[in-house]
Design a protein around this ligand. Structure first.
Ligand code: GLA
Length: 699
């Protein structure tokens, strides 16, 4: 029994409660819908008698469940010292309540195995996102072999029903999956060495009555760009524990006496407004963490990216003409993609040799860059720093710089190997190469790519170097950003292979997918928006047919789907006919007119009838009085009549003027909020692969 007061953090719509115990890590008592400020509760042990044939002392779920000392479920820690000290549990706890930051700081020690853990739980009231930081120090005299440290152990109620997670592959990221929660442990592991296309490090949890907009929903994501693991395990009282953390390779984390391990941060939230509420909480939290130059986001400039229009075929005159056409259309940032550097004529060679190709650019990149900036556009450049082709000057000079394991083949992917970023000389080489580009050219943007998974990731002394690789990449990004604080960076990895809240502490945009097919993009972007806000989601108007799928879609459909993210254009403008050029100019102007509301406010998403999805972007994050509503029909309908679309985001006591602005429809009409919310907005017939856009104004 404890007589210590519970530790409580309140958000706007959620609360969490921990129960300190005399000896041990604080227990999880509650994480869910907001409780009153003056909530009190008896200790857990007061109403949990010991069950039959059990330990004489009950062991409950704590923030750091140990192994081998009475907790039979998955532990937050797995470690040993030469086979000893394999059983750990917390023996002493220091608690600091930081009211100003709405945070709890817990210093937990196992004095028997000489381990110190520091956990910080911060609940941001404006987002209801709980950020958990976990840190381990080996205070013993012998080296510790750490196999697993949960970055967070979260409680889920017994009513937790399904886990919604995301899989995918190159060209098809963020594909929704679901699994029933039950007695079998649900587990997802990623061992690809980067965030990956197929195992997004986060998930959503539905209770029995959770829907898109109602009912309690939970979400968590790991802020980490490498290997990871999540499990949801059924517990003896019918509730569940959810652990997220870094997946460590055998022997990867050997902590010498005094050494420390910082687990990745976990962002976790719950919302009484269903999955959409969880998404909006994450949007708010991610927005507050993004490292914008000068502390704030500028309106997101329209991009032109050269990749699908030109690939490796860089002709300076043609690119200058492209820049002129782009500027005339209102495009604001020109990104010169792969193909610009020494000897890079295709994807079989040259990665690592980061200086301009003298054949394609006899006077270097300056004339093109200057031409672009003289036209009033920003100049951005593609790089893939972590990579090296065996056929490159860099590899010929330093074959030992690639990640490798003695006796194992150098497994290439897209003909390339991965540099060992933890080597100081690699860091210095890459810093110098990119710094030179940034210093000598008017570059204000980098597209930072990573086009393969890690294999044979052996580092110093032949030991696994996955963790060190990620930390070293973050360090290089930091070093460059410190030297060039104005530069924005895009994270790309064969499209969406490195999208996570960790890389987003160092970058400002992600390339959601190499697939620009607008039908595919509807699903990919919807999956993305569960965790990240639209303004950092690279979304381009591509060609028809789409290079990734071969499917052809109408220009306006391609444009409207791209409009809901950070807009770009990725095609050779010379191939557009007069009508398409006019439409492109129109859509760019439309985006500029509306980007403030597309990018800073609340996003609501939903579905109605068959294959009809909608997305509403509020002009404000809180209570918006103006909305842009995108209704998308990706597939042909099976219904004779169009369904109505309920709009749960409107104020039920207000009236709204609603007008279809694209394609321009009939005169607008006034609707009562209560009718819109409970019944819905009627829609005109829509063909497959069309988007209608409405303006909704409170009156
Ligand atoms: C990756 C990216 C593309 C493009 C190519 C260049 O596939 O996702 O957008 O930059 O690399 O090689």
């Amino acid at each position: 029994m404890t007589d210590i007061a519970p530790l409580i953090l309140h958000g706007r719509h959620t609360s969490l409660i921990l129960e300190p115990v005399v000896q041990g890590a604080p227990l999880w008592r509650y994480w869910g819908a907001r409780l009153p400020d003056d909530i009190t509760l008896p200790p857990l042990s007061a109403h949990r008698p010991t069950p039959s044939f059990s330990l004489d002392e009950n062991i409950f779920l704590s923030v750091l469940p140990g192994f081998g000392v009475g907790w039979f479920h998955q532990s937050a820690l797995l470690a040993h010292r030469d086979g000893r000290d394999f059983a750990q549990t917390i023996t002493t706890t220091e608690i600091v309540e930081d009211r100003a930051c709405n945070a709890l700081s817990l210093t937990l020690r196992d004095t028997v195995t000489a381990l110190a853990l520091k956990l910080t739980l911060t609940l941001a009231p404006e987002s209801d996102v709980l950020t958990i930081r976990t840190h381990l120090c080996n205070e013993g005299a012998v080296r510790l072999d750490l196999q697993w440290l949960a970055a967070a152990t979260l409680p889920l109620p017994s009513t937790a029903d399904t886990v919604h997670y995301f899989s995918g592959r190159h060209n098809n990221e963020f594909q929704p999956q679901r699994a029933q929660l039950g007695r079998a442990t649900w587990r997802r592991e990623n061992r690809r060495g980067l965030t990956s296309h197929d195992t997004f490090p986060g998930a959503l949890i539905a209770l029995h009555n959770t829907s898109q907009h109602t009912g309690l929903a939970y979400g968590a994501q790991l802020a980490w760009s490498g290997n990871n693991c999540q499990t949801i395990e059924w517990l003896d009282d019918g509730t569940f524990q959810w652990q997220l953390g870094e997946w460590l390779a055998p022997g990867e984390m050997l902590l010498a006496p005094g050494d420390e391990y910082q687990a990745p941060e976990v962002l976790a939230t719950c919302s009484p407004y269903g999955f959409d509420g969880v998404a909006r909480n994450f949007h708010t939290a991610i927005r507050s963490r993004l490292p914008w130059p000068e502390g704030g986001m500028r309106p997101r400039p329209v991009h032109i990216n050269t990749w699908e229009g030109f690939y490796f075929d860089h002709d300076q005159t043609a690119l200058m003409e492209l820049a002129e056409s782009a500027a005339a259309l209102g495009i604001e940032r020109f990104v010169l993609d792969d193909g610009w550097f020494y000897n890079r004529t295709d994807d079989s060679k040259a990665l690592g040799d980061w200086w301009p190709d003298a054949v394609k650019y006899p006077e270097g990149l300056y004339p093109l860059a200057k031409h672009i900036t003289d036209l009033g556009m920003e100049f951005g450049l593609w790089v893939e720093p972590e990579m090296v082709n065996p056929d490159s000057d860099l590899f010929r000079a330093h074959p030992d710089w690639a990640l490798q394991i003695a006796g194992r083949p150098l497994l290439t992917a897209r003909n390339q190997l991965v540099l060992n970023m933890a080597l100081e000389e690699v860091q210095d080489y890459l810093f110098a190469a990119i710094d030179t580009l940034l210093r000598t050219l008017p570059i204000s943007y980098l597209k930072w790519d990573h086009n393969r998974d890690l294999t044979c990731a052996g580092g110093a002394g032949g030991r696994a170097s996955y963790h060190a690789q990620i930390r070293a990449s973050y360090t290089l990004l930091e070093r460059l950003r410190t030297a060039h604080p104005q530069v924005e960076i895009e994270s790309c990895a064969g499209g969406g292979g490195r999208i996570d809240a960790g890389i987003l502490q160092h970058t400002h945009r992600v390339w959601a997918s190499d697939c620009i097919d607008a039908v595919s993009r509807v699903q990919i972007q919807n999956g993305f928006l569960n965790f990240f806000p639209p303004e950092i989601m690279g979304a381009h108007i591509g060609t028809a047919p789409a290079h990734s799928t071969g499917r052809t879609q109408a220009f306006d459909f391609r444009a409207a789907v791209a409009l809901t993210g950070h807009l770009g254009v990725e095609l050779d403008l010379r191939t557009l006919n007069v009508e398409e050029t006019m439409r492109l100019k129109y859509w760019i102007a439309f985006y500029k007119q509306h980007r403030e509301s597309l990018h800073q406010g609340a996003v609501w998403r939903g579905a109605a009838g068959d294959s009809l999805t909608w997305q509403a972007h509020g002009q404000a994050q809180e209570i918006a009085s103006r909305w842009l509503l995108f209704i998308t029909r990706a597939q042909p309908t099976e219904l004779r009549h169009m369904p109505v679309v309920p709009l749960p985001f409107v104020d039920e006591s207000a009236r709204y003027h609603i007008c279809q602005i694209e394609p321009q429809g009939a005169q607008g009409a006034v609707w009562h909020g209560s009718w819109l919310s409970h019944h819905g907005l009627p829609l005109p017939p829509m063909k497959a692969e069309t988007v209608h856009i409405y303006e909704i104004q409170k009156i």
